[in-house]
Write a protein that binds this ligand. Structure first.
Ligand SMILES: NC(=O)CC(=O)C(=O)O
Length: 313
């Protein structure tokens, strides 16, 4: 059963996106200052949407999440509770850009459901997106935690410390359209991307930090795969590689077009990559290969009919 829908632009006007492949270290204040400098540079280069990497304000590792974690509630948090929230809001406002602020370790303390225990603390890997006026538009907590064990390669268990988020995040950038936001390991789960794209996203954006085992094999492949599946733009933004650090990020931040062509890709070091996005590339991919009229959700209804948590923030 083929469906027929009238195509409408999903990207309302051309926009330049920048992925800031930030070199960050163990000094949070220095990381925030460096990010501010690089966001300024990205905006000066004409970007209106700027993306930072996963855990851009801290080293990436389970030992570090609690130490660097910030409390985001009540919203907006105080400067003391979340210096990163305020720094990101200022970066967006000062440069008049939409800022997809990578991710930061988040702490949430709530009354415990267990009798006798007063408070319960949870940690999340959380991405904050700000408007050009510095208003918080969306919060995404990493849904799929990075738990892997590759002998001779890498073992990582985010779930030892972190809790998962429970919603898909689609954010409306009024001048441009909808963007799906998720974090790193989330890119391995095509369902999240497909549902976001079917809600009308022109781009799927993933702050991420792959590593030297999985990066060479899967980073670009996954970025291109999600673009190919969904015929939309995909941006993956990594930290720069630092072999002195505890986690060796792959780097290679990239932007992929709706035909799965890599438009731009960074190397390993600190760098900003820019790409110009327009609706024409989306429309031409979708006209040439008209998946939108060919999906058979009568055969695989769970993706189209399954309930999904979608939140505004
Ligand atoms: N760091 C991640 O969340 C994911 C990753 O490195 C991988 O999937 O590989």
């Amino acid at each position: 059963m083929a469906s027929s829908t009238t195509p409408s632009p999903v990207l309302k006007q051309p926009v330049r996106i920048a992925c800031v492949q930030l070199a960050s270290g163990s000094d949070k204040a220095a990381n925030l200052a460096r990010a501010a400098e690089k966001v300024r540079e990205a905006a000066a280069g004409g970007a209106k949407i700027v993306v930072l990497p996963e855990c851009f304000n801290s080293p990436y590792g389970c030992d570090y999440f609690p130490r660097y974690a910030e409390t985001l509630l009540p919203s907006p948090p105080s400067e003391e509770d979340s210096p990163s929230f305020h720094a990101l809001a200022a970066m967006a406002r000062d440069n008049g850009v939409y800022l997809i602020g990578g991710s930061i370790p988040e702490r949430e303390t709530t009354p415990s459901s267990q009798e006798g225990e007063e408070l319960q603390t949870r940690y999340y890997n959380t991405s904050l997106t700000f408007s050009p006026s510095g208003t918080l538009l969306a919060t995404h907590r990493k849904v799929h935690l990075f738990d892997i064990d590759i002998p001779g390669g890498i073992t990582f268990r985010e779930s030892d410390v972190l809790s998962p988020g429970n919603k898909l995040t689609v954010v409306d950038l009024p001048e441009y359209g909808l963007v799906g936001i998720a974090i790193c390991y989330d890119v391995r789960f095509p369902e999240l991307a497909t549902i976001a794209a079917r809600k009308g996203c022109f781009a799927l954006v993933y702050p991420g930090a792959f590593n030297l085992t999985t990066g060479p094999l899967h980073w670009e492949l996954l970025g291109r795969a999600r673009a190919l599946d969904n015929q939309c733009y995909v941006a993956l933004c990594s930290p720069a590689r630092d072999m002195r650090g505890v986690y060796h990020a792959w780097g290679h931040s990239l932007v992929v077009d709706p035909m799965a062509k890599v438009m731009v890709q960074a190397g390993e070091k600190e760098e900003i990559v820019f790409a110009d996005l327009d609706d024409q590339r989306i429309e031409s991919a979708r006209t040439g290969i008209p998946l939108r009229h060919q999906w058979r959700f009568d055969v695989y209804p769970d993706v189209s009919q399954g309930k999904v948590n979608i939140g505004e923030t």
